[in-house]
Design a protein around this ligand. Structure first.
Ligand code: RB5
Length: 152
């Protein structure tokens, strides 16, 4: 698959290891930055990841910042994006099974590198089962999103 990968300065130290793991798993990486340890504004990078998913340039996005919180807030502003902040394998799995999340956010100041790699592996290996009750709940979210778009 094609995976959009973005990190801010707080997670820059994890970037190459995440990229290497994605490539080891057979995925192609779309690099959304950042390219060095200098301070950057995380929304710009999280939005680039989310827009790549929204636009179909990537099937999934992976974004890391210090906590993962700001990136997930930003990514979820992009229509059609369901970004999930995951701190361990269970939430990564549930984010796919129940929420059909298409952007994974991780806090590099919260989880160690080995756990971050496991979260990435579990997230990408878990297929969306498209169960009716979960699909119905996601449709409610999509409806609210459409409301926001037309009313703003
Ligand atoms: C950067 O200091 C930090 O705010 C950012 O990486 C992230 O944690 C935001 O939510």
């Amino acid at each position: 698959m094609k995976i959009a990968l973005g990190v801010d300065h707080a997670a820059f130290g994890y970037k190459e290891a995440i990229r290497a793991e994605l490539e080891r798993l057979g995925h192609a990486v779309l690099d959304c930055g950042t390219d060095g340890p200098a301070s950057v504004d995380y929304p710009a990078i999280a939005l680039a990841v989310a827009r790549a998913v929204r636009g179909g340039e990537a099937e999934f996005g992976v974004f890391l910042c210090g906590t993962g919180i700001g990136g997930s807030i930003a990514a979820n502003k992009v229509r059609g994006v369901r970004a999930a902040l995951c701190h361990e394998a269970f939430t990564a799995r549930m984010a796919r099974l129940h929420n059909n999340a298409n952007v994974l956010c991780i806090g590099a100041r919260v989880v160690g590198l080995d756990l971050a790699l496991e979260i990435v592996r579990v997230f990408l290996a878990t297929a969306w089962p498209n169960e009716a009750r979960h699909a119905r709940r996601l449709a409610l979210i999509a409806d609210a999103e459409a409301e926001t778009v037309t009313s703003s």
